[in-house]
Design a protein around this ligand. Structure first.
Ligand code: SF4
Length: 319
């Protein structure tokens, strides 16, 4: 099969668009979609200048998605004096899984203009995910605990470094899974939160929100294209499945989505285009009903809508 653009050997057939692409044109296509998303979400404001640059904190797990995100951001903005890049890695305490991906993260940033910081659940919360999954005090999937702890650390470090934006490597598959999970669970509040926290253009976010805004520049790119991009570009990335991932509801939705996409190419894109409209409506509705700003956690001072943040509630349950 030949590349539609240059006639060289194709490395991928993109079923949802019908395109055959060689390695060079696949990488160009991914770069273009990521840069377009950064522009359309208004992630680099006009107010950013060399004298007053913005700080972007990248969640770098060392897996292929966050590694490709870090690579593209370093390639695009590494020499741009309006942007300072910091990558943060978090060790969850999962035996046989995270050590290798953090080594990959370290070698990725070694020769790129990105500051690197790392921490762990053990350092921040005095616990390891393997122990949490074993204890399971609230009878939940491991990812439900893990997501809360990770979000808490990302927010705290973003605040510590005075970051203007927190960027994560969520891809199109991840976002379509989240959309389906919210729909299957009938969780309209979560849809609104998803839109407000990471899908809305930056200028449409609440200016007085205590949370550092989040962004997902890879959210238009399917996981398979990111994996190929990482391999073709020799990006150091650790490709392995977390031993706790199959226990989650997300794992079930992931399998369903893969089947749907194989039978009906383009399903992920259609889900996201309709879901974004729905989530925006839910967010608008939620704002109309809201009174007053979010409070702070009485334990740790993190922003929260209740008396205690979710991370402190979970830690208390694990004591
Ligand atoms: Fe944590 Fe779940 Fe991701 Fe494993 S798959 S690292 S438990 S969120």
């Amino acid at each position: 099969m030949e590349c539609d653009r240059c006639g060289r050997e194709a490395v991928i057939h993109v079923a949802y668009s019908g395109a055959h692409l060689c390695g060079t044109h696949l990488r160009q296509s991914v770069d273009r979609r990521v840069r377009r998303r950064i522009r359309s979400d208004g992630l680099l404001p006009d107010t950013a200048t060399p004298e007053d640059p913005v700080t972007w904190l990248i969640g770098l797990s060392g897996g292929k998605d966050s590694a490709v995100l870090t690579h593209i951001l370093a390639d695009t903005f590494g020499d741009d004096p309006r942007v300072e890049l910091i990558a943060l890695s978090i060790h969850e305490g999962i035996a046989g899984y995270r050590d290798e991906s953090l080594s990959a993260a370290e070698s990725l940033v070694e020769d790129r203009p990105v500051e690197y910081v790392s921490t762990s659940y053990e350092r921040e919360f005095d616990l390891r995910m393997d122990e949490v999954a074993e204890a399971d005090p609230w009878d939940m999937a491991p990812c439900a605990y893990c997501g809360v702890f990770r979000r808490d650390i990302l927010s705290a470090v973003a605040t510590e470094y005075d970051a203007d934006l927190l960027l994560t490597g969520h891809n199109l598959d991840d976002e379509a899974e989240t959309a389906l999970m919210n729909i299957f669970e009938g969780d309209v509040a979560q849809m609104a939160q998803h839109y407000d926290a990471s899908l809305a253009p930056l200028e449409a976010r609440e200016a007085d929100s205590p949370f550092v805004p989040r962004a997902k520049p890879l959210r238009d790119v399917p996981e398979s294209e990111i994996a190929l991009y990482a391999r073709l570009s020799d990006i150091p990335a650790h490709i392995a499945e977390c031993p706790h991932s199959s226990e989650s509801f997300r794992g079930t939705v992931q399998e369903l989505l893969l089947e749907l996409e194989a039978d009906h190419p383009g399903t992920r894109h259609s889900i996201m285009s309709g879901y974004e409209e729905l989530a925006k409506l839910a967010a608008t509705q939620k704002r109309r009903g809201e009174h007053g700003p979010a409070g702070v956690c009485e334990e740790c001072g993190a922003p929260t809508d209740g008396d205690r943040c979710r991370a402190c509630e979970l830690q208390a349950a694990l004591e």
